[in-house]
Design a protein around this ligand. Structure first.
Ligand code: ADP
Ligand code: MG
Length: 312
């Protein structure tokens, strides 16, 4: 018996349904296929976009790296140039001041000789003129001496070694003995630490600051000076405090520059190099220096020296 004969009357319906289902499945499959293709191409697009973005990023990164490298090279060059010109300037200051000393000594000693030998013999005018010449030569000698000391801070500086700042301060006070006695200055000293320093320069630093504290005291009082040190993080912070005439805030920076003074020679003697030397010494030791002051109420000169772990 053939299969056809086994088909029941509802077999036709069954076949129709199957066909229908197949058609539906085919439609579904088509939809799926279309969607899959669309998704794939979207994915492809996304991948391409990402690739483009990555390329772009890489390009920027390379550009940035190039920029950084160029800028670094430029800075290194600038720093080298600066060091070189600094060195040249130092050498110039040293040579100029050193070589100027000799002819100036001659001018000074002969004007002094003129003054001694011809005073009262050439008339009042001549005496006065010779007086000016002697005074000028003396002042110039002082300026050149100071310029030389300034340049010697670096050219003749000794290695930094463990140094008792207490002893450096004591030496400074000894050197200032006469000025301290004459002014009747009262000094109080805190405990001063051991630091890595050039002992001679540390003495010079204290001496300049304490010397100023005595000099800029004002006529209506005698100097009261306090020298102290305290720890602050990686630094020792030294202070030299006085009860003197004080300084206007607008001059806080300027007084540390070479030959900058706030007074005439008639008011207070000096060349205006002391604090410039102080700053150079402190910077050579890796520290900072500044002043805190209220005019009429004294000044405090402050400087830091990095603490030395081995020394402490
Ligand atoms: N302790 C101080 N009190 C007030 N003014 C000061 C003090 N120390 C320095 N100064 C001011 O700063 C200027 C510069 O000081 P410095 O460089 O030591 O030079 P100099 O003492 O030769 O004038 C001084 O002329 C003075 O006007
Ligand atoms: Mg001074």
């Amino acid at each position: 018996m053939g299969t056809v004969t086994t088909l029941k009357p509802n077999g036709i319906d069954e076949l129709g349904r199957l066909r229908h289902q197949v058609a539906t499945l085919e439609q579904l499959f088509e939809v799926y296929e279309r969607t899959a293709i669309e998704q794939a191409s979207r994915l492809q697009r996304l991948l391409e976009e990402r690739k483009r973005a990555e390329n772009e990023l890489q390009k920027h990164k390379l550009h940035l790296e190039e920029l950084v490298a160029a800028r670094t090279a430029e800075l290194v060059l600038k720093a080298e140039e600066l060091a070189r010109s600094n060195e040249e300037l130092e050498r110039f200051a040293y040579v100029a001041s050193h070589d100027l000393q000799e002819p100036l000594r001659m001018v000074a000693s002969y004007t002094q000789l003129l003054a001694r030998r011809y005073k009262g013999k050439l008339g009042a005018d001549a005496d006065e003129f010779i007086g000016f010449a002697v005074d000028g030569a003396n002042r110039m000698q002082q300026l050149i001496q100071d310029l030389l000391s300034y340049s010697r801070v670096t050219t003749k500086g000794k290695a930094l070694t463990l140094t008792e700042s207490q002893a450096a301060c004591d030496n400074a006070l000894k050197n200032l003995g006469q000025a301290i006695r004459d002014s009747g200055a009262k000094l109080t000293l805190g405990t001063l630490p051991r630091v890595r320093a050039d002992a001679t320069q540390l003495t010079q630093l204290f001496q300049n600051m304490i010397g100023n504290a005595i000099k800029y005291c004002g006529n209506d009082r005698s100097p009261e000076i306090n020298v102290a040190a305290r720890e602050n993080g990686a630094d020792w912070v030294f202070s030299v405090q006085d009860n003197g005439i004080g300084i206007e805030p607008q001059y806080f920076e300027r007084i540390f520059q070479m030959f900058q003074r706030l007074h005439t020679r008639n008011e207070y003697s000096g060349t205006g190099i002391g604090l410039a030397i102080c700053r150079k010494i402190v910077e050579r030791h890796g520290g900072k220096v500044w002043v805190e002051s209220q005019p009429g109420h004294g000044s405090t000169f402050v400087f830091t020296i990095p603490r030395d772990e081995r020394g402490k």
